[in-house]
Write a protein that binds this ligand. Sequence first.
Ligand SMILES: [Zn+2]
Length: 135
Amino acid sequence: MRSYLIKPSTLFFENRAYRIEPANGFGGFCKCGGFMNQLGWVNNWVMIAECESCWKVEAFVYDNFKFVKRFELEVIGIIDFLKEILTESELDSIFRKVKGLSYNYSSFSRAKKKLEEINLDINFILNELRTEFSK
Ligand SMILES: [Zn+2]
């Protein structure tokens, strides 16, 4: 599975989701030669940075403060991310719950379980979707 920056501040990496703590400052150089700005950190383990020239977003992985590797992150919105991991009926049950409509309980609990397996809390997702739908 690919690695994502789920907007605005969740990292999805090696099949698990992590909350990104916002940060700023110099984030290294991009392959295009541009400066990168830090977007945030997951503990002291992964730094996420964005290039101010080409807007590429990369993750820089550290082990005990030693640089290990860097790789590009695909930037994705929460709805598109959910479409990647949930079935249509699971997604529908979540959308309906957010909208206050009746929904299929077994689809919803399957979705909840799938999300928990990748470290995503269902209430966090419901809140993110409420924000999306109110835009
Ligand atoms: Zn760049």
